[in-house]
Design a protein around this ligand. Structure first.
Ligand SMILES: [Fe+2]
Ligand SMILES: [Fe+2]
Length: 129
């Protein structure tokens, strides 16, 4: 099931970044599907780690693009990226995180943040291209 779907309106006018966002949405949907299956703990953590790794890669590319294009709010945007990584990492490493409830909390935060960030924050960069 696709909880988040990328649509053309989310485009920030850069093919590379758009493709990153699509991939992040796909990875999130896969993670969500796995988290619904309670017997799937190991898979969920593998998918979560893969998503975190890819998000970090994407954030670095996006931040470089902002710097290259003199985006006025780069520093604040970088703080938002760091908040995301730090929050998911702290969920990830919370003692007893294997409980199904905490996995669901992590997935909920992740999906909400991703969608809001791409549509409300990343979209602001579009005018710089
Ligand atoms: Fe961003
Ligand atoms: Fe982004």
């Amino acid at each position: 099931m696709s909880l988040v779907t990328w649509v053309d309106a989310y485009s920030i006018g850069n093919d590379e970044i758009d493709s990153h966002h699509k991939k992040l949405f796909d990875m999130f949907n896969l993670l969500y599907d796995s988290s619904v299956d309670t017997d799937n703990g190991t898979v969920v953590y593998t998918l979560l780690d893969e998503l975190l790794y890819y998000a970090d890669y994407h954030f670095k590319a996006e931040e470089q693009l902002m710097i290259d294009n003199n985006y006025v709010d780069t520093a604040m945007h970088m703080v938002r990226h760091k908040y995301f990584i730090d929050t998911v990492m702290s969920f990830r490493h919370t003692e007893g995180v294997s409980s199904n409830e905490l996995v669901k909390e992590t997935v909920k935060f992740l999906g909400n943040w991703l969608l809001l960030h791409v549509t409300k924050e990343d979209s602001k960069i579009a005018v710089y291209f």
